[in-house]
Design a protein around this ligand. Structure first.
Ligand SMILES: [Fe+2]
Ligand SMILES: [Fe+2]
Length: 319
């Protein structure tokens, strides 16, 4: 058998929302993962928490790849404006503060690779496309910020930028992974679908159109991404009509992962503390993923509690 040197083992951490401790920093640092990928939304809503989590992430002794979520660098008034679809022009001062928070967060993330409208090498044969940063679905979010940092001001320009970024990839030799905060459109319109809308009675597809159109267009030209990773739509919510969202889906040869198990640190009735992440593996050219749970800081090898087992198996694999 020929040894394929591009075999990889990557840890994927979903939306953090304040749930990260030294247990995680040490576990990932000492693990035999090649790298760690984060879908963003780092802090809880307490002031300074996002930066504290960013500093802890920066101490993970592995290559780290992160996309910022809608809770990273943004203020609560800005989030409310986005939800209300208010005018993007909320003033020069507010934008100036946003840029300052952005600069500070990048500093706190240390040597992490910030994935946003760019391409990173995760290995000799794996390219990682960072999609639209701060996305929260429904519309082209945080226009002022995205325009000033990336010069992009619409879904169309965003999609065009994705095409530009991948134009030099040789898909015969390179695997493409896409990292976004909110996932692509086109993967289902039920509340429990991988990026389905769980907060409206009519449910619907909450995926991003720029990313969805881009993926379908390149796939039609034989340039399928192998893996698409995004969070934002959490695994469960009070309004989610099915208790647990589908977190893994394979469709037309692409593996889609939504690792946003929020909170990712939780306890069971016996008082055990669980830490969630997803293990992503490339072996002999095939990509697979499994949900992983640490129990009281140790990787669990015994049968999992029933509710965790149910979550773990909430998947949709067509081929
Ligand atoms: Fe989010
Ligand atoms: Fe989130």
């Amino acid at each position: 058998m020929i040894f394929d040197s591009s075999d990889k083992r990557i840890a994927v951490v979903g939306d953090i929302h304040g749930f990260w401790t030294w247990v995680d920093t040490e576990y990932f640092s000492k693990s035999n993962y090649d790298s760690v990928i984060f879908t963003g939304d780092l802090g809880n809503n307490r002031p300074g928490n996002t930066n504290k989590i960013a500093q802890l992430i920066s101490k993970v002794r592995k290559p780290k790849y992160i996309i910022l979520g809608n809770h990273d660098t943004t203020s609560i008034p800005q989030l409310l404006m986005e939800i209300a679809n208010a005018s993007p022009n909320i003033g020069y001062l507010s934008h100036t503060f946003h840029l300052l928070r952005y600069k500070k967060l990048l500093k706190d993330l240390g040597d992490s690779h910030i994935c946003q409208y760019n391409l990173s090498q995760v290995g000799p044969r794996i390219s990682l496309l960072g999609a639209r940063t701060l996305s929260m679905g429904a519309r082209f979010n945080f226009q002022l910020f995205i325009k000033s940092v990336f010069g992009i001001s619409s879904y169309e320009e965003s999609e065009k930028k994705f095409h530009e970024l991948i134009q030099n990839i040789d898909f015969q030799k390179q695997d493409l992974i896409i990292l976004a905060h909110n996932g692509p459109s086109g993967l289902g319109d039920k509340a429990h679908d991988i990026w389905g809308c769980d907060f409206k009675s009519e449910e619907g597809d909450f995926g991003d159109k720029d990313l969805g159109n881009f993926i379908r267009t390149i796939a039609n030209h034989g340039k399928k991404p192998k893996v698409v990773i995004a969070g934002h739509m959490h695994h469960s919510s009070r309004k989610l009509r099915v208790k647990t969202r589908i977190w893994k889906k394979k469709e037309e040869g692409t593996l889609y992962l939504n690792p946003a198990r929020v909170p990712r640190i939780f306890s069971d009735k016996q008082g055990n503390i669980w830490h969630h992440h997803v293990e992503l593996i490339r072996k002999n050219g095939d990509w697979t993923a499994e949900a992983k749970y640490l129990k009281n800081g140790v990787e669990e090898i015994f049968p999992l509690p029933e509710f965790i087992e149910r979550e773990k198996n909430r998947i949709e694999m067509k081929d």
